[in-house]
Design a protein around this ligand. Structure first.
Ligand code: AKG
Length: 225
């Protein structure tokens, strides 16, 4: 296996490359599949316009969709979303602490206790337009509590920038691969970001051999409301 490394993308923004071990990637796929198949599992949400999002999502902690933003209830059966599994909470907190150790000042990315996890699944033709994550509480945003994003499966081209633009050439680009953890908080908490492309057949073969992950990319984002 490849050693892990890191790349600082700006103040409060870092990628921990190849940070999630194969075993943990397998476990995370299985955890998500168990919940994702049941009631309240993966679904395709719609924008206010009625246009469907080009990805499937399910949520831990609180439900989120583009129309209702955060709500306590699932859209399908009215039940409460399950809490984030404890092992994922500790994994995320350790990742933040490991990221802090690479930064000039640990304050660049404050520690948080995630209580929301959105799980996105992208097929190889799905994508996510440029947006900011700002549905969390004003206190959480003001403190710059980070978004922690885990990538598993096929690689993605991730676009980001500090100002909104419709010109992709003005955005920065980075490839997120299976096992990468991206964290953006502090001064980068409100970056515009999106997923432009999923690269087909780029998932690590051992991951596919050990799971029933379909072609595409699983992305988990953790936040503290
Ligand atoms: C979001 O859930 O807000 C995202 O932007 C997901 C990004 C990703 O899939 O890497």
């Amino acid at each position: 296996t490849l050693p892990s490394s890191h790349e600082i993308l700006g103040s409060g923004m870092i990628i921990l490359k190849n940070y999630i071990s194969l075993k943990d990637q397998v476990d995370i796929v299985n955890i998500c599949q168990k919940l994702g198949m049941g009631p309240g599992g993966f679904y395709q949400a719609s924008y206010r316009s009625g246009v469907k999002q080009r990805l499937h999502r399910m949520c831990y902690g609180r439900n989120w969709d583009p129309e209702t933003k955060y709500s306590e209830r699932y859209r399908s059966d009215g039940s409460l979303p399950p809490p984030i599994p404890d092992e994922l909470i500790s994994f995320v907190q350790t990742a933040i602490q490991d990221a802090q150790a690479h930064l000039n000042s640990a304050n660049e990315i404050p520690l948080m206790c995630p209580n929301i996890c959105l799980v996105n699944f992208y097929t190889t033709t799905d994508r996510l337009g440029l947006h900011q994550d700002r549905s969390e509480s004003s206190d959480s945003l003001k403190r710059g509590l980070p978004v922690v994003s885990l990538s598993i499966g096929d690689s993605a081209e991730f676009l980001y920038g500090h100002t909104y633009t419709e010109d992709e050439n003005e955005l920065s680009k980075v490839v997120l691969q299976s096992g990468d953890v991206m964290i953006f908080g502090g001064k980068s908490r409100l970056i515009y970001h999106g997923v432009k492309t999923i690269f087909p057949n780029s998932a690590p073969p051992p991951l596919l051999q050990r799971t029933k992950l379909r072609p595409g990319r699983l992305n988990l984002t953790f936040r503290e409301y």
